[in-house]
Write a protein that binds this ligand. Structure first.
Ligand code: FE
Length: 161
């Protein structure tokens, strides 16, 4: 069985992943209202991925015969300021990366090799996630002012499976 400290930090991480899902859903609704259907659909898929991350952690605790403590999920922001609000995702993902790193650090301190190996997947996932969002932002900075480009980007993001 894993230690109380590890149990606590993983339970917190579950909450953070679900909160990420909430935040992205909130942005998705807003962007849909703006008529950016592709961005909206991309974010909704992102939200589903976050829920999957939460469930992965949930399953891990159960597999290790540890306890799941589901905490209250914060209300996400719901007032945004145009397409530029997508920039917030990168800031948020950076916080999540930091938080995943803290789990790894604690696992190291606790000599918990199983959790260390488990959390590696999340570290790789965060690198990928930050990269994807950074690329979207780069392109928005370059072309976002131009309506045709924004339309094309929206269309492309809407094609995400
Ligand atoms: Fe995540």
């Amino acid at each position: 069985m894993i230690s109380d400290k590890i149990n606590e930090i993983i339970n917190e991480q579950i909450n953070k992943e679900f909160f990420s899902g909430y935040l992205y859903l909130s942005m998705s609704a807003y962007l849909k209202e703006l008529g950016l259907f592709g961005f909206s659909s991309w974010l909704k898929k992102q939200a589903k991925e976050e829920v999957e991350h939460g469930l992965k952690l949930f399953d891990y605790l159960i597999e290790r015969n540890s306890f799941v403590t589901l905490k209250q999920i914060k209300t996400p922001e719901f007032e945004f300021n145009g397409i530029i609000s997508i920039f917030k995702i990168l800031e948020h993902e950076k916080c999540i990366t930091e938080s995943v790193m803290k789990v790894a650090k604690l696992a190291e301190e606790e000599c918990d090799r199983t959790t260390l190996s488990f959390i590696d997947w999340f570290i790789d996932e965060q690198v990928e996630e930050e990269q994807t969002v950074r690329d979207i932002i780069k392109r928005l900075e370059l072309f976002g002012e131009d309506k045709v480009s924004l339309y094309l980007m929206d269309k492309e993001l809407g094609e995400r499976q």
